[in-house]
Design a protein around this ligand. Sequence first.
Ligand code: SAM
Length: 426
Amino acid sequence: MQTSQTKNSYLTVHEVAEFLSISSDTVRRWDKKGLIKSKRNSQNYRVFNREEVSRLFSKVNGGDTEKSRFKILKNNKTTKYNVIDLFSGAGGTALGFHNAGLNHKLLVEIDKQASATLKKNFTGAEILNEDISNVCFKKYKDKIDIVEAGFPCQAFSSAGKKLGFKDTRGTLFFEFARCVNEVKPKIAVGENVRGLLNHDGGRTLETMLNVLDEIGYRATFKLLRAQYLDVPQKRERLIIMAVRKDLDMPMLFPKEKNYTISVKEAFENVPKSEGQKYNDKKKEVLKLVPAGGYWRDLPIDIQKEYMGKSFYHGGGKTGMARRLSWDEPSLTIVCSPAQKQTERCHPKETRPLTIRESARMQTFPDNWAFQGSVGAQYKQVGNAVPVNLGFHIGEALISMLDGTLDDTKFIEETPKELNKEQTFNF
Ligand SMILES: C[S@@+](CC[C@H](N)C(=O)[O-])C[C@H]1O[C@@H](n2cnc3c(N)ncnc32)[C@H](O)[C@@H]1O
């Protein structure tokens, strides 16, 4: 029989269902949707944290008098640790690191409007609106503790051979590695999408770790889920962490919390702002979709007309004609809020999320003034790393540099074993 792993701390699916007076199927569905987080016990059964279930119980029963959990996290301290931030975009990671207490020396961003946003909002650092491949970093040698880069992912042509640093030339990863090699920071952090894990059968990521090894860094990686790190949005980011080999430093990542933040909490008092609008035809269709619903909630004839050929192609397509739910974290914020495959309709009003609503989902403060056209602003918001995710990573980095390990807040990861024969198995 399935039993709780630790009678006091964990509950089985059936125990949760009984506790919340819902069916076991609903518990599994909530787990799948990320509303309640499970882990596997030693017998490979799903178990749930008792405290989290209790909190959910008070929510389900309307007794949740807690104030909204939504806030932009910020420490009141500053540290002596210096950062170079590459591919800065509108500054999601940079602001999160700053809020954690880190001190930026340089930000580099090629896009004119994103750079204008940085210049308008981010003070105390040099901001270069430049193609990174034109920037020499040698003057920063031994003056920087952390180099961070949200580099766009590109394939390497490996053609069966083990690729070294020079072979990756011409890619944006190379530019990140070049900066690390010129500056020799204590820590290098790369940020990317989940897809990098399996990109080219894992070869791309393996090559990156090999290159970091070659330039003197031991490295590991971890997928972080923003929805469990104080962000009201389901968004995953792959974080590569590398530490200079002469340093005896643990590699720390933020530990997931056992709560999530809903759209409703995040939208409290959101300021009015610009946003895209639907045309009349689309509005008529989306009006029929309830909060949390999507195309399957439409009458069948409208489904067929709206979906066109996709109607017959199978698959979930849960992003089509999608209206956000009030009680869950938002779906991943994308660069355009009204694309047919990744619709992000407001939970109540029939319109896409505005700039400020999207920015709240990314935990940018309301006074972070995005520059450029409405389209350029949506793109900057959609491209960003959530500020609170950056904050938690920043805190982990400070802990690494301070030499403290609070295991209630951080998880230590060991360096990945590199496969020098290049068979790329993670
Ligand atoms: C995913 S976004 C970065 C998000 C950002 N790091 C954050 O924390 O919010 C990638 C950024 O890289 C910039 N970029 C792309 N190629 C570049 C280059 N050659 N030099 C500098 N920046 C570049 C893009 O304009 C884009 O803003």
